[in-house]
Design a protein around this ligand. Structure first.
Ligand SMILES: [Zn+2]
Length: 249
């Protein structure tokens, strides 16, 4: 499908939510203390909250607006909880255990407070996507990628396509030749240092994030180029890429 009027129109619409308009939900108070703000999600809407840190609450609403702008809801229907998390160990996390903190079936994901706080244009939900590791956009697309790749069997399919193939580049434990602020790369063996160091889900999700965010898909014959293009063969992925690329146009 080509990029048409309706595609960019839907990308420019977002539901702006005010923190004060979201009802407090005492049930969410049971969620672990590492979550500085807890939001129950239904589609695009935040239907309840437990805010332990007011600043995290504000950041959380702005982050959620960005999630809504980047990823259409049909790609994240199983997400029932979104959190702003304390600490610096992870920029984001996806909870794959299949339920939220009040027992509702579905998945939760979290963004670290520091990662949201470092995003300069956080209040502008409709901005062009940033294809760079370490940014909030990268973290959001990566964490949503865990869910989308799980639902579409992409982890398994990628592994069948690329694991144990002859001439596969050998993984290094501590590669130090990826560009600090220019990653991902679209030529070579792997898209990022993290992808090279971490086989399985993480490599697939890093490759997914590269496919969705880079403004031009590679045409080269490298393993990284082939892996990136492989993501586009999974149903729904090319359409999602068009949507992500059209945000902010
Ligand atoms: Zn991950």
């Amino acid at each position: 499908m080509s990029q048409d009027e309706s595609e960019s129109h839907s990308a420019s619409e977002s539901v702006e939510i005010a923190l004060s308009s979201i009802p407090d939900d005492p049930k969410l108070d049971q969620a672990p203390g590492k979550y500085l703000a807890v939001f129950e999600i239904d589609g695009d809407a935040i239907i309840g909250k437990s805010v332990r840190d007011p600043k995290a609450g504000e950041l959380g609403v702005q982050c959620w607006n960005r999630v809504v702008a980047l990823i259409p809801k049909q790609y994240r229907e199983g997400i029932v909880q979104f959190n702003i998390e304390a600490g610096r160990r992870w920029a984001g996390r996806f909870g794959g255990d299949g339920k939220n903190d009040v027992g509702r079936k579905g998945y939760k994901f979290s963004i670290a407070k520091y990662a949201a706080d470092e995003e300069k244009n956080l209040s502008d939900a409709i901005r062009p996507v940033t294809a760079r590791r370490g940014t909030l956009d990268w973290t959001i697309v990566h964490e949503m990628g865990h869910y989308i790749c799980l639902k579409t069997d992409t982890i398994e399919r990628f592994s069948r396509q690329f694991d144990a193939k002859p001439n596969m580049p050998v993984r290094r434990e501590a590669p130090d030749d990826y560009p600090e602020d220019g990653s991902p790369v679209t030529d070579g063996g792997f898209v990022t240092s993290y992808a090279e160091r971490t086989p399985g889900d993480e490599e697939v999700v890093e490759t997914f994030t590269t496919f969705m965010t880079v403004d031009e898909l590679p045409t080269n014959d490298s393993w990284a180029g082939r892996k990136i293009r492989f993501i586009g063969t999974v149903e729904g992925m090319a359409e999602l890429r068009e949507h992500v690329q059209a945000v902010g146009d």
